[in-house]
Design a protein around this ligand. Structure first.
Ligand SMILES: Cc1cc2nc3c(=O)[nH]c(=O)nc-3n(C[C@H](O)[C@H](O)[C@H](O)COP(=O)(O)O)c2cc1C
Length: 385
């Protein structure tokens, strides 16, 4: 039987027809109103090249390099408000200047036929006085400070400042900041937003019971800990429509000290609650940083959550061509997000189609502020041939 195979080319004629077996990653998928031509998603990747928290022209080339017709891209974590900042040169979406600056970047992705979601982000306690308005304490669910984060080799990454526990009456303001950021993202032209509820940032600080030590309606029971996240989802859905909303969650991940005593229960509760909102997708992180040839044990932990959630289930974390295809083929996921390999291979879908070798990523240039090096200078396949 002839099947459609994505060939990575621009233009309308982007499918070629032949009778070889498709790798599951390269099959089309309908994500609500969006018709995807393949399942290889650009994961959200902070690159710290947005000087003054304003997206820069060099991001246009970076995102357009990674765009394909019918391919889904998720932007780097994009800060929702002054208090949301936690590291240098991350883009924001709370000022007019930022919204205007995003427009040409989004247009460039659309010109190539890509579908672009903006990841909206608040760091919470993963921050320092330096990034906060008037040098105030970062806000969180708690006033417990984050432990010092150490890079492998013992190099200090960041000494975070002790946070201030949000008062219950302040929480609606933060929920509203997410809503306004989502509306701004739509105004900038994005197709939707991904709410960043993962990796120990503000939302995760409410979700996880080893962080959230509140005794009010936002703490204690599972239901109470999930309330903040679900209020944000509801506010964002009502503002821009649930079909334009995804959420990234990492119940099993412990990054940034975000530990939960029962991650499966947390993941299941959120999946079932999110079924009520009818959001577009859950993007769930497999707690694994290294690629493995047989990830089934890790993936298994997510399977009950995949089954519980009625919408699209996207996974990410250490996938390669083979394991990403396997997870889709076995119906453990609908979409696979690729971080480091997409960062280093702007033409990743094409390389997967051709089973070509991949450029290696250079960790040293992940977070530098250079507008080119380690950003837009990773070679395309034809340049390496
Ligand atoms: C340089 C870098 C920046 C990242 N920035 C973000 C981010 O802004 N938001 C987010 O949710 N995850 C972020 N992540 C995590 C990735 O989205 C992804 O979950 C992780 O890299 C695992 O996928 P991979 O093994 O395919 O790289 C980042 C990862 C890297 C390497």
């Amino acid at each position: 039987m002839e099947k459609k195979v994505y060939n990575g080319e621009e233009g309308e004629d982007h499918f070629k027809y032949h009778s070889t077996t498709l790798i599951p990653l390269l099959t089309p998928y309908k994500l609500g109103i969006f018709q995807l031509s393949h399942r290889i998603v650009l994961a959200p990747l902070t690159r710290q090249r947005s000087y003054g928290n304003v997206p820069q022209p060099h991001a246009t080339l970076y995102y357009s390099q990674r765009s394909t017709r019918g391919g889904l891209l998720i932007s780097e974590g994009t800060v929702i408000s002054e208090t949301g900042k936690g590291c240098p040169c991350t883009p924001g979406i709370w000022t007019r200047e930022q919204v205007e600056a995003w427009k040409p970047i989004v247009n460039a992705v659309h010109d190539k036929g890509g579908i672009f979601f903006c990841q909206i982000w608040h760091s919470g306690r993963v921050s320092t006085y330096d990034y906060q308005p008037n040098g105030e304490a970062p806000i969180s669910s708690t006033d417990k400070p984050l432990k010092l984060q150490l890079r492998a080799g013992g190099i200090e990454l960041n000494a975070y400042s002790p946070p201030r526990r949000l008062k219950a009456k302040e929480i609606p303001e933060v929920v509203n900041d997410f809503k306004v950021a989502a509306m701004n993202a739509i105004e900038a032209g994005f197709d939707g937003v991904e709410i960043h509820g993962a990796h120990g940032y503000l939302i995760d600080q409410f979700l996880k019971d080893r962080v959230n030590d509140r005794t009010d309606e936002y703490g204690g029971s599972l239901e109470n800990r999930c309330k903040f996240a679900l209020q944000i989802v509801e506010a964002v859905c009502s503002a821009i429509g649930p079909h334009r909303v995804g959420i990234k969650l990492s119940p099993f991940d412990t990054y940034n000290d975000a530990v939960d005593s029962n991650p499966l229960e947390l993941g299941l509760y959120m999946a079932e609650a999110l079924n009520q909102n009818g959001i577009s997708y859950i993007h769930m992180v497999v707690p694994r940083w290294e690629a493995t040839e047989d990830p089934s044990d890790d993936d298994d932990v997510l399977l009950p959550i995949r089954k519980a959630f009625k919408g699209c289930f996207m996974v990410g974390g250490g996938y390669n061509r083979k394991t990403g295809s396997k997870v889709v083929e076995e119906n453990r996921a609908d979409l696979v997000a690729y971080g480091r390999s997409f960062l280093a291979n702007p033409d990743l879908p094409k390389r997967f189609e051709l089973n070509a070798s991949l450029n290696e990523y250079n960790r040293e240039t992940f977070y530098t502020d250079d507008p080119v090096v380690g950003y837009t200078d990773y070679p395309f396949l034809e340049e390496t041939a």
